[in-house]
Design a protein around this ligand. Sequence first.
Ligand code: SAM
Length: 268
Amino acid sequence: MSQASLTAVAAHKMPGHWLLAKMGKRVLRPGGRELTSQLLTSLDIGPDDDVVEFAPGLGVTARLTLERGPRTYTGVERDEHAAQTVARMLTGRGQRCIQGSAERTGLPDSSVSVVYGEAMLSMQPATAKARIVAEAARVLRSGGRYGIHELCLTPDGVDDAIRTAIERDLTDDIHVGVRPLTIGEWRELLAGAGLQVREERIAPMHLLEPARLIRDEGLGRALRFVFNVATHSAARRRVLAMRRVFRKYADHLAAIALVAYKPSEDEL
Ligand SMILES: C[S@@+](CC[C@H](N)C(=O)[O-])C[C@H]1O[C@@H](n2cnc3c(N)ncnc32)[C@H](O)[C@@H]1O
């Protein structure tokens, strides 16, 4: 669907990340390209790695991963259209994108060395978060790395009333249940699947701030995005509403990247 053919009803209803994508935004994760790049550096992907990406979306990080020349790359994406888009860019040997859920990838136990996913756990209820992380732990070989890049609540002891208000406002504006965790809770989630966190990075949640928009998309694409939003009234209302919520809770929302590894039997 082109931007012009996006109806007001569709713009009103569709999940926020797909609306941003429809308006021309490519980078859909809270810490932007910079946190992604730090995550990939920490994951240290190289030619000996078999990599699985949960929810590659539009394939922005998949491209960066492929530049590192892993032995294999498998994307697992729930959305049919996104899975096809990513599959089209995977032309090398050992590269594929499966349409399916990261909760049940169908991949064999202990078969890969790196798993990562960005901006995909925050939108899951608690049980699904735990199932996805357990799936990452299951498919990883001992010593394998798991990286996440998600939305986080600050500080660790954030008031329950603020948490509830953030979840409600984000869910209302993004139209997908958004349930970010605190830094401590993200770490516990990974530890609960037997993974040991070894790196943590925090960045501001500036997804829709002008400076970040330009850094993430480049000037040309950022201007096109602003033009598309400005000339589509239903989309404009929603994008501005999303930015308002991000700004309103700026003191309590951040982006987090964690890298954990799967210990061997002897280490347990
Ligand atoms: C906000 S977008 C992020 C896309 C990409 N990771 C990025 O950072 O640009 C969320 C993505 O998660 C995908 N997704 C959500 N739940 C999923 C699941 N259980 N398994 C696989 N993909 C999932 C959606 O289809 C969508 O592509």
